[in-house]
Structures are given as C-alpha cells and as structure tokens.
Write a protein that binds this ligand. Structure first.
Ligand code: NDP
Length: 330
C-alpha cells in the first residue's frame, strides 16, 4: 500500500507568519543540503522526508547545487514527490535557489538573468514540479546590477515558475536595496535566508534581523546547529559517520578543545532545562518570535524527531541567556 501521512501531523508543530505575508512556515523546516545526494541510500532520504512531514514540517528547502553531485538532491526529492508526496503538493512549501557554481562557463553561477531563469527551469525539471513555492537568489552578486537579479526573480514569479521570492546571505544594506527594487516591481521579497546560531551571530551585529522586521520580510535561518557542533556528537571525538569526519564544509579543525569545553558547558545548561543541546540551540534562535523558521539538516530521522521537540520549551530566563552568552562563542 502507498505511504499515508500521519493524520495528526498538524497537531504539534507551530506555524509562524512569514514577515507581513499571507504565508505561514513551520517553526522548524528541513533542508536537503547534506545527506540527500548520491552518497546516501535513497531509503534514508525517503524516511527523513516522511518523518519530517508526519511531524508537521511542511517546508523542504533545496538549491540547484545540493548533492553531491550538484542537482542530485533535487532529483532525489523529485522522486520522493512522485512516490510519496504526489497528492500532497498543496500542503508543501518547496524552495530552491541559484547563485553558486552550477555548470561550466560564464552563465553557471552568480546573479544574471540568464543564469537564474535557466537554473530555475533546471530545478523544476529535476524535481518534476510545475512551480516552486519560493525561489531565492542564493548570494549577492557584486558584478551584476541588483535590478537585473531582482528583475529575474520578478520574472520567475510572473511566468509561474515560483509563487514567492527570497534572498540569501545578503547583508542589511543589500537587503534594503533588493527589497525596494522588488517592491517597485510588484513582487515583494517574502523571506531572507541567513546563517544564524548561538556560535554565529552576524545577523545581530549587521542589524539584519532589525532590517527584516522593519521591512516586514520573514526569516529562515540556516545551520542553527552550527552544522552539528551544537549537539553532543563531538563531545568525545569525531564520530566516523558525522559531517566533521567528511572534513568538507565542517572542518575537523573546527572541533577544537576550547570549543568542545564550551559546548560541554552549554550542554549542561540544556540538561538543566530538560532538553537536548540540539533542542536548546533551536529554541535559542527562535526565542522571542523574531525568526520565522529554523532550517535544520539531518542525517537520519531520529535527529528530526529530536529537533522538533525544541518547541516544547522555547523560552529562556534572562539568567539562562546570560549564561549561554558566556560559553556560546567560537
Ligand atoms: P544544521 O546546523 O541543522 O546541521 C545539520 C547537522 O547537524 C546534521 O547533518 C547532523 O549532523 C546534525 N544534527 C541535526 N540534528 C541533530 C540532532 N538532533 N542531534 C545530533 N545531531 C544533529 O544545518 P545545516 O548546516 O545542515 O543546514 C540546514 C539547511 O540550511 C541546509 O540543508 C540548507 O537547506 C540550508 N543552507 C543554506 C545555505 C545558504 O547559503 N542559503 C548554506 C547552508 C545551508 P551529522 O550529519 O553529522 O549527523
């Protein structure tokens, strides 16, 4: 018999309004950057997507280059759409992006109209979708006029390829510029996707969170677990099946004794709060309701189950926040 989603899937997840838009996103979303490429068995990918959806995670985040090889995460997700989620399209928010290196030559990266529209078409084809819900400019391109990048995003919406647009990792000033252009074009910027965690606070220093609130743009923060460092997995060395063991995006050098000492202290605070460190790290980015969604990654379903329980205790005392600040540093 075909897989059936859990009937109670909307009972526990929280859904937050994305800026001043009509769209709500789950407080926890699942990204397919790692563990959805050719190096992971397909059954595990299916299991993670089913588990996430059963827990109320309606939002799956992709990009053209997720794999490895680039494109393979979208191909795998397209397969899951056909086998498992075919009847659920209207319950899902699926995003993709273009910005990083995707194909050879001068038209395969950054922010030109040529690249963004071609890449969006390729993503739709790989996923077997008529449209994505959100399409992002994955990074600011210093050499392409912002009017061109934003014009391409506007065209992607007007041509039916996407319902909403977003930007990723743009600083506060560039965000204001892009938002103004998109507003003038009549395709408002729905969402911003920056990195943010207890160990990485550039969005606070840059004023980006304030800017997004001011502009009514939602926020979905990536790597809220610092790629797994804000969990207990590295307290006793680097497990062979962990991201740091791959030494690619999360370098083994990041796992330094001084950081591990601090992470042990943070884990002590989490234990006192009755949650895992991963749960506390997610609750921390969501504290105060300023962030729309925490965008996690996972290598197995059990991690997703663990992460969504962050919502059971997502408020902090002033003392807890002060103590976290003592240890949450790189
Ligand atoms: P996280 O910080 O959530 O790290 C995910 C990793 O943490 C997992 O792969 C796993 O590591 C570990 N983990 C997750 N949950 C648990 C748990 N409960 N207990 C123990 N370990 C756990 O996020 P990512 O860095 O994966 O990024 C999330 C998403 O953000 C991406 O998939 C992508 O969609 C998006 N992103 C966007 C970027 C952009 O430029 N816009 C850049 C980067 C990411 P392990 O694999 O070792 O088990």
């Amino acid at each position: 018999m075909a897989w059936q989603p859990a009937e109670n899937r909307y009972e526990t997840m929280k859904y937050n309004r994305c800026g001043k838009s009509g769209l709500k996103l789950p407080a926890i979303s699942l990204g397919l950057w790692h563990n959805f490429g050719g190096d992971t068995p397909h059954e595990r990918k299916v299991d993670m997507c089913r588990t996430a959806f059963d827990l109320g995670i309606t939002h799956f985040d992709l990009a053209n280059n997720y794999g490895p090889p680039p494109g393979s995460a979208e191909t795998a997700f397209g397969e899951i759409m056909r086998t498992d989620f075919a009847d659920l399209r209207d319950e899902l928010i699926i995003s993709s992006k273009a910005g990083y290196d995707m194909w050879p030559g001068p038209y395969g990266e950054w922010g030109s109209r040529k690249y963004l529209i071609a890449s969006c078409d390729q993503s739709l084809k790989r996923m077997g979708l008529d449209y994505v819900d959100i399409f992002y400019s994955h990074r600011f391109d210093p050499d392409t006029p912002l009017e061109e990048t934003c014009g391409a995003l506007d065209h992607i919406v007007r041509s039916g390829r996407a319902l909403y647009v977003g930007i990723s990792s743009y600083n506060s000033q560039r965000t204001r510029e892009a938002a103004a252009i998109l507003k003038d074009l009549g395709t408002p910027c729905l969402i911003h996707q920056p990195s943010y965690s207890m160990l990485n606070r550039w969005v606070e220093d840059d004023g980006l969170i304030d800017t997004l609130e001011d502009l009514g743009i939602g926020s979905i923060v990536f790597s809220p677990l610092a790629q797994g460092m804000l969990t207990t997995k590295y307290l006793n060395g680097i497990p062979g099946d962990s991201r740091a063991a791959q030494n690619h995006f999360l370098k083994k050098d990041f796992i330094r004794p001084t950081i591990i000492d601090n992470i042990r202290k943070l884990n002590g605070i989490a234990e006192r709060r009755g949650q895992t460190l991963a749960q506390m790290a997610l609750a921390w980015v969501l504290r105060g309701g300023r962030i729309t969604s925490a965008l996690i990654g996972a290598s197995r379903s059990a991690q997703i189950v663990d992460c969504v329980k962050a919502l059971d205790n997502d408020s902090f005392t002033a003392e807890e926040l002060t103590e976290i600040d003592l240890y949450a540093r790189e």
